[in-house]
Design a protein around this ligand. Structure first.
Ligand SMILES: NC(=O)C1=CN([C@@H]2O[C@H](COP(=O)(O)OP(=O)(O)OC[C@H]3O[C@@H](n4cnc5c(N)ncnc54)[C@H](OP(=O)(O)O)[C@@H]3O)[C@@H](O)[C@H]2O)[C@@H](O)CC1
Ligand SMILES: Nc1ncnc2c1ncn2[C@@H]1O[C@H](COP(=O)(O)OP(=O)(O)O)[C@@H](O)[C@H]1O
Ligand SMILES: [K+]
Length: 462
């Protein structure tokens, strides 16, 4: 499992639990401030530093950071926005014995620490405050956001007002959704998460590198998983998916297409299934461990009939692309429970309509409604299970935004589903391996390049 991700309310509950277990409330602020100060000190040494402090506990953290840096001999100035309003922040402010400037009058410094707002932000910053923040971050050589960049909404990652881009964001106690969801996740270059002595636990995690198994001595191609990819009019997409499934660790892949076109590597068996009855017959094979439908399937009546044959089979299913669009016309209740669905934003909206909340909330609600594992794709990809578990993959390669990478992911998901038999685990493994292949591929790659890198990505996780 990756690092736990806590909403603002879950964070407050974790803080209350720590206090109830005997940790004095103010100690949490001292720990948060001391840990953040250490990070700033290690990176910046005695650079001229300006700390911006807001009216809540995020501002309190700022006063602790300022005091500790000053005690180390760093030239520190503090600029505050309003009066401190919480017991802990009042105490932290009282322990700062230097001057406090007004935010709008603050002069820039080489190093800027933003402790204006964190998880308590309820609305956008006033225009003048947002402008001061932008000006001061823009003039600093090094900038740090304490807990969150001021102006981002903790639970959704939305920007409630304009937010400058920071060098480092120091997540206190646990990650929050805004550290992983865009656009907030793009408002800092580097993310550092620090322990402040609370024990966060959550059904929501950042996506962790998987632990994969090599085949056992008695393995054979069928015991390792036989995948069928149901193709249609557009051979290319189905081929990308088939080739990804073949390099996913599964034992064998069959392409079931309207006519045997002779394309694809020799290791993939292509069967011609002209009529729907032929598809149904091919799906009768009990050795199949997972079936993928969608990439290159088409959207005509013939495609729907092929999809119906897939839905009527009892196999583990991965549905992507055209399969999702075809099913959107029938309504979300037609979705087969237990499947993996891999929609991008447009397909998600077509399938589930306008679901309220953050991308995480939307994916979880859709997973619950469909009783499927959702892989809600994008620069931030949310994998959600009907039981409320979710993982977020983020801060990966934006070069993935190129044609066919979704087909590769779908094939990979089908392959991992065939290997593991567990849809949530398979989806997490597939998304991680896809991201890793992209990291290895570097820049300006095409979807085919990802497939070549899958074996090495898998080897790294054995
Ligand atoms: N949880 C933990 O374990 C720990 C948490 N810690 C730290 O506490 C932070 C959370 O602190 P917090 O709850 O006091 O909220 P914070 O972000 O400082 O701001 C709230 C204040 O701002 C105000 N306000 C809101 N929006 C506004 C706006 N647009 N413009 C102007 N004002 C606005 C709002 O008042 P309001 O007007 O909404 O009544 C309130 O006064 C967290 O991010 C972390 O840094 C650590 O110290 C220790 C352990
Ligand atoms: N800006 C981006 N940054 C990182 N990953 C992205 C970005 N845009 C798309 N992706 C990923 O690339 C893949 C694209 O899939 P999809 O939209 O189905 O494309 P296609 O249909 O062309 O294959 C998904 O895995 C998605 O998460
Ligand atoms: K902040």
């Amino acid at each position: 499992m990756g690092a736990p991700v806590l909403t603002a309310a879950a964070m407050r509950a974790a803080e209350q639990a720590a206090i109830a277990s005997g940790v004095p409330e103010y100690d949490l602020m001292e720990r948060a401030g001391a840990t953040a100060a250490e990070i700033v000190w290690r990176a910046g040494g005695s650079r001229d530093t300006l700390v911006l402090c807001g009216p809540g506990n995020n501002g309190g953290d700022g006063f602790v950071i300022a005091r500790i840096l000053r005690a180390k001999g760093v030239p520190v100035r503090v600029a505050a926005l309003g009066e401190s309003g919480t017991a802990s922040s009042l105490r932290a402010r009282a322990r700062w014995d230097g001057p406090v400037e007004a935010l709008h009058q603050a002069k820039p410094a080489a190093q800027l620490v933003d402790a204006l707002f964190g998880t308590g932000l309820t609305r956008g910053l006033a225009d003048a405050v947002a402008a001061s923040l932008e000006r001061l971050v823009g003039r600093a050589n090094h900038s740090y956001a304490v807990d969150l960049p001021s102006g981002v909404e903790t639970d959704s990652g939305r920007l409630l007002s304009p937010v400058p881009r920071f060098g480092v964001c120091i997540a206190l106690g646990a990650l929050k959704p805004a550290h992983l969801l865009y656009p907030a996740a793009d408002r800092f270059e580097r993310l550092v998460s620090v322990d402040i002595g609370i024990a966060p636990s959550s059904p929501l995690h950042s996506l962790a590198p998987p632990h994969l198994d090599a085949p056992a001595s008695d393995a054979h191609k069928y015991s390792r998983g036989l995948v069928a990819v149901i193709g249609g009019g557009m051979a290319g997409a189905g081929l990308l998916a088939s080739r990804a499934a073949a390099r996913s660790g599964a034992g064998a892949v069959r392409r079931i297409v309207p006519d045997a076109d002779g394309r694809g590597p020799d290791a993939i068996i292509t069967s011609a299934a002209m009529k729907v009855a032929d598809v149904a017959k091919a799906l009768e094979d009990k050795r199949l461990s997972a079936v993928l439908a969608g990439p290159g399937l088409g959207r005509d009546d013939g495609a729907w009939e092929r999809l119906e044959a897939v839905l009527e089979s009892e196999h583990r299913l991965v549905l992507d692309a055209d399969a999702l669009t075809l099913l959107a016309d029938k309504g979300p209740d037609q979705l087969p429970a237990g499947a993996i669905l891999t929609p991008h934003e447009g397909e998600f909206a077509r399938l589930f309509g306008d679901v309220p909340g953050s991308k995480i909330d939307k994916a979880l609600a859709a997973a619950q409604r469909s009783r499927c594992v959702l892989v809600y794709k994008g620069a931030d990809t949310v994998i959600a299970a009907p039981d409320g578990k979710a993982a977020v993959a983020s801060r990966g390669s934006f070069w993935l935004s190129t044609a066919g990478t979704g087909d590769v992911l779908a094939g990979l998901a089908a392959g991992r589903f065939a290997v593991t038999g567990d849809p949530f685990r398979a989806a997490c493994e597939a998304v991680w391996l896809h991201g890793e292949a992209a990291r290895q591929a570097g820049a300006a790659f095409i979807a085919d390049d990802l497939i070549e890198r899958l074996p090495a990505a898998i080897a790294r996780r054995l």
